[in-house]
Write a protein that binds this ligand. Sequence first.
Ligand code: ATP
Ligand code: MG
Length: 255
Amino acid sequence: MIEVKNLFKSFDDKQVLNDISAIFYSGKINQIIGQSGSGKTVLMKSIIGLYPINSGQILYDGLNIANLSDKEVKTLRRKVGMLFQGSALFDSQTVIENVMFPLKMFSKNNLVQIRERAEFCLTRVGLKPDSFNLFSSEISGGMQKRVAIARAISLNPKYLFCDEPNSGLDPVTSILIDRLIEEITQEYNITTIINTHDMNSIMEIGENIILIDKGNLAWKGSKESIFTADNQALNNFVFASALFQKVKKANEINY
Ligand SMILES: Nc1ncnc2c1ncn2[C@@H]1O[C@H](COP(=O)(O)OP(=O)(O)OP(=O)(O)O)[C@@H](O)[C@H]1O
Ligand SMILES: [Mg+2]
């Protein structure tokens, strides 16, 4: 579980996040949703510790990251998996080399054990052995996402951060990737936080959702409560598309 309390973040004079408090649960898909520029990535990077915050607290299973020693920070970092926009694979390395990379950096295992672990993770995300030795530039965008997920889970993370994991994927592949992240989250009881503005993804897997609107926490809830919530910022976001307006009309949803 990750808890954020009264987080404020600005860049120079620009206030980006105002008094954000939220709980992200283990074994659940926690989503940060909101329009482009609302502050999702800044919030995620602040939680990971990539951005210093102005005030507030960030607790990983009760541990305030501001109070950790350098050694404790290193230990915590090894429990964090990240899946950033665009997969960020090494083009000059093969699929399996990409997954072996963090294992070589951070595990004490020998090369045989590292290769076995990488093969296990690649198999877990649905890739076949005949793709393991292809270069990452030779595989499709959906497969690249799978490799990136395999790499993110290779060190058995307790916390998984995914910033727009569906960007650049078609709707069918997006849902497959969403379901894969959901399955892995539940299977390994990971605290998974996903940034998204993809309504399909929200309606498919959103269990614990927070909406950020211009840097403010505007709404919290689950995918089931979206259509009945009486919240202007949420309605503006959800019903921005013609499709969702039609869905609302078709169901005569009264909000
Ligand atoms: N390093 C930075 N320095 C200054 N301002 C920044 C920095 N990073 C982000 N911002 C500003 O913070 C605001 C929130 O940006 P952020 O990237 O978090 O939005 P987002 O919700 O992730 O948007 P998107 O959906 O497009 O990814 C924006 O106004 C952006 O310009
Ligand atoms: Mg972003």
